[in-house]
Design a protein around this ligand. Sequence first.
Ligand code: G6P
Length: 609
Amino acid sequence: MCGIVGALAQRNVTEILLEGLRRLEYRGYDSAGVCLRNGDGRLQLRKSLGKVADLEAKLQERPAEGHQGIAHTRWATHGVPSNENAHPHMSGPIALVHNGIIENHQALRCELQGKGYQFASDTDTEVVAHLIHSLSKEGLSLVDAVGKATQLLEGAYALAVISSEEPDVLACARYGSPLVLGAGIEENFIASDPMALRQVTDRFLFLEEGDVAEVRRSGISVRDKRGDVVSRPVHKLDGGHDVADKGRYRHYMQKEIFEQPQVVAATLAGRIGEHSVLSQALGTRAREILPQVEQVQIVACGTSYHAGMVARYWLEDWAGVPCAVEVASELRYRKTVVRPGTLFVTISQSGETADTLAALRQARALGYLASMTICNVPNSSLVRESELSLMTEAGPEIGVASTKAFTTQLVALQLFCIALARANGLSSEREAELVRALHQLPQLMAAFTALDKIVRHTSEAFAEKNHALFLGRGVEFPIALEGALKLKEISYIHAEAYPAGELKHGPLALVDADMPVIVVAPNNELLEKLKSNLQEVRARGGQLFVFASPKAGFASEEGLTLIEVPDAPESLAPILYTVPLQLLSYHVALLKGTDVDQPRNLAKSVTVE
Ligand code: G6P
């Protein structure tokens, strides 16, 4: 999704801006642009459809330099991906980049057209550039014009603005879209994600909703939504959040799949003892709140939503606590009934997903017991705005299709479910059994990633297919959903997932020799029921690909390919069986030649509605 970088320094900032954009590439975008103010006060604008590398090529043909500049990667919302619609947008001396969506852009556009402004793009963003220009003509400084403009905007925005008339000033503002300031020595920066600036600083100020900031080389001044001067604390981020390179891997997604043994171990580290989840694992406030929890409402989007669906099975089974799970974009727009004692749990890799954040903000007024987030990014909006947070330790995830973030979410959720179950009478024997299994998880994850070669071989059967069906039962149903999501995201094969028991209520009509049916079949109490469902597929000539351990009693035969996986404790099956499904989608995508890390039309962090 859209990315912002801005810099103000004594040195030329072109390369800082480009490197910032490269570091945001993983978020998904369709065009890029940069605007630099040179020593004579001239604004030099360069934009390009396509990748940051295309923008760099343009800059080589027509170089641009300056000590002050803004840059952007755009993910189209209003107006097609094109040079004209790419940011920065200009209005007189003003250049501006924007993340988010301005909902009242149409009304503002009409007003500004009435004042004689002409529009060169279809974007909502250009409206903001003209608005700031029109206000600055009333004699306001750049930052005051930005502040006044934000009062007229409805929707969500992170803005970074420069003016040819104001040397040494970057003005910025945020509401509903993240924006951070990076503090250097005699130089300062802005970005939509600290990751964009890790090459120049490790000190960051996180702007709050409604903040407007004036960034100069010598210092930063922030005003809050009421216009009062405020000081935002400087956070020093440790090195673990830098963009790792791909190392020996071909793609970030591949690297992230193979990192899973380490990152699940990191998520468990310090949180489990030999036989139990440590009482401090969820933080001191959790110890006070968990005993009061009578039910749980989980809210998330995409892959994180699938993690929530898995947790529902664990919570109701182990803790006997009722749990509802819903996608954030639905929950936030309907009337809900909140029963007393309900814990509101958000799950998010990025901590910035617009719908999840909006659902959390709404929840505050609805009488929930407390809010908790399971999140991978410290200092993200969800972490800052939730009462409790349980961090996953996946490290930066670059591939748009989430892999290690998902399995670490499942690990964190399992810790949460066990802790809540203990508060609800889970026996210490059962807890010890679950925790003993967790101790084996990193090693088993490694054994499951070692299925890579077999899965690569299996993937050949999918390269020419247009559709695929994923089946699971019970807690494996959300894993089937996640497997189908991975396949469609990166290979563009239409994939659907069903609880295997639902097969005969519709999807069976689609089954023929061209429809591969992928089955998640751990050895559990639903196995025999699942086997009967698979007979229904075989009887219609369907091609089965079954992921199962030797104990499940499958054998490869005509129409059934068994991908044998290591035997594992039942409580770990959803986490482990995810791995071969990730590998399957990865290898199918390789065969199809798609852009694995940045699949078309998708974004990593969806900070707009
Ligand atoms: C986007 C990403 C998905 C992710 C979803 C939710 O759609 O492409 O991989 O699962 O957003 O993101 P979150 O950061 O809230 O987990």
